[in-house]
Write a protein that binds this ligand. Sequence first.
Ligand code: ADP
Ligand code: MG
Length: 590
Amino acid sequence: MTFEELGIESRLLKAITEMGFEKPMPVQEQVLPVLLAEDTDLVGLAQTGTGKTAAFGLPAIQRLDTGNPSTEVLILSPTRELCLQIAKDLKQYSKYVEDCSVVAVYGGASIEVQKKELKNGAKIIVATPGRIHDMIRRRYVDLSQVKVVVLDEADEMLDMGFKDDLDAILEQTPDTKNTWLFSATMPDEVARIAKGYMNNPQEITVGTRNSGAQNVRHCYYLVQAKDRYLALKRIADFNPNIYAIIFCRTRTETQEVATALIRDGYNADALHGDLSQPQRDHVMNRFRCKNLQMLVATDVAARGLDVSNLTHVINYNLPDEIEVYTHRSGRTGRADKTGISIAIVNLREKHKIKKIEAMIKKKFEQLPIPTGMEVCQKQFFNMIHRVEHVDVNYDEINPFIGEVVKQLEWMDKEELIRRFVSIEFNRFLEYYRNAPDLNVKEKEERKAIEKKAKNTVHDDSGMARLMINLGYKDKIQPQRLIGMINDRCRDTKIKIGKIDISELFTYIDVDGNYANDIIEAFHGETYRGRPIIMQAAKSKRKDKDEARKSYQEHKKTQGRSYNDAKPRNDRRNDRKAEKRDRDSRKKRRR
Ligand code: ADP
Ligand code: MG
């Protein structure tokens, strides 16, 4: 099928041909004939990167009655970035259509300027729900003649709490309009709410629901939680031409990872909601034109960002809701290119991989983390490749060449190569010379965890006593310990009883059913650079001895760790934690 056969008119054909659209993508093939010919509500479910924008954008433009100035199409999307992207796409499609004005309306920019743009006439408005709702309240916008409403990334809009805005906005549109809803995933709850906006919608699903893009390889690396950042660095170093989005769970984590990467000399930056709009635009532009290799981002900030040719999507942490994984991995493998989606997980998170596999109906490959030597080899040959392909500015260099050749005459060719390559290569060699193996030996680790959990004693009320090697000496407080447990066992609410803090260690009574989970969650973790011991309580004497030993051992090794990234990171976190403690102490005194 061609676009022409699907019913696209010539003015649009001309524009999309110029954009390089040769033949329709599957979702377009199914959706276009329906939306061009019928007045119907529609639900379109397809993976990210499958061409949904044109599937609704082309019919929306083609159905316009350009003889009058009223707004006929309203497209709602969750983020400003997505909004701008859709508006840009639509402007391109409608390049040869006269009087097809497309106006983008979104937060974080001057509302007065947008009001003026609307005044000049907007056949199509592309908007974020919050801002357009605001405009409606101020009576800057008239939606009474709207014929089509598009809800793009509807699940995300509802997730982001735009339900009230959507209700209010749709209230302003005529009952006779058609509603077209597009999304990559459709959790049941969202489906229920969304159905409330539509009458007998036709449903078109391309591919299996919630399945990942077909040309994406899903891989994971198994590491200890404390080695996450080091693993990320290995992955980056092993892929010198990486062009990736790195997903983190929170804004703070996003900023921390980005800051660490930048400090360690990587071409990376952060994208999250704490940045100002100009900052976000700046980062995105640099990433789009590949001046940035790695974008560390939160899910919301990266949503809908259309960047093609990503080599990797990296889950620095898996998302709390596994459906989000589909969105993330959908950022790579777009438009017929293959991509790799990587998850960095610890033992405890492995079950999440199983859940995701069930959802996307695809298996993950477990990959070994490259050794230091493997990374060096890769970097070495990459440099040689660059030498072979570099552009040489002969005119500028030639005047000096004679003298230089004379100066280096005494070296043979091999020596010359060695030296030139070493200029950059030494950095890697030094870093990786004594690099530890980051791969988790799963069997051994499981055994170690079992050993820690052995002999957990449950009392009559079903509580079990655990020992952790943190105490007064660490200025640890009960709230902080509870916070640490909750943070690591996010998926369950665990009952915590008595907390008994001594100088070097603490006893914590927890719901016995979760004792093993907690022990596993703390396995391999560190506190201010020191390995945490969390295990079944033995006797006061034994526990104290063990805690003291861990202190002394840590002191001995301090200052000799092969990598400074984690400790520095820790130090910053420590300062933050100390400040928190100080603040809470102050508060209590008041
Ligand atoms: P989605 O909204 O489904 O995530 P987009 O509409 O953003 O996907 O499209 C993804 C990419 O594919 C965009 O860069 C778009 O320009 C491109 N694209 C869309 N349709 C076609 C087509 N028929 N031929 C070639 N490229 C296309
Ligand atoms: Mg889209």
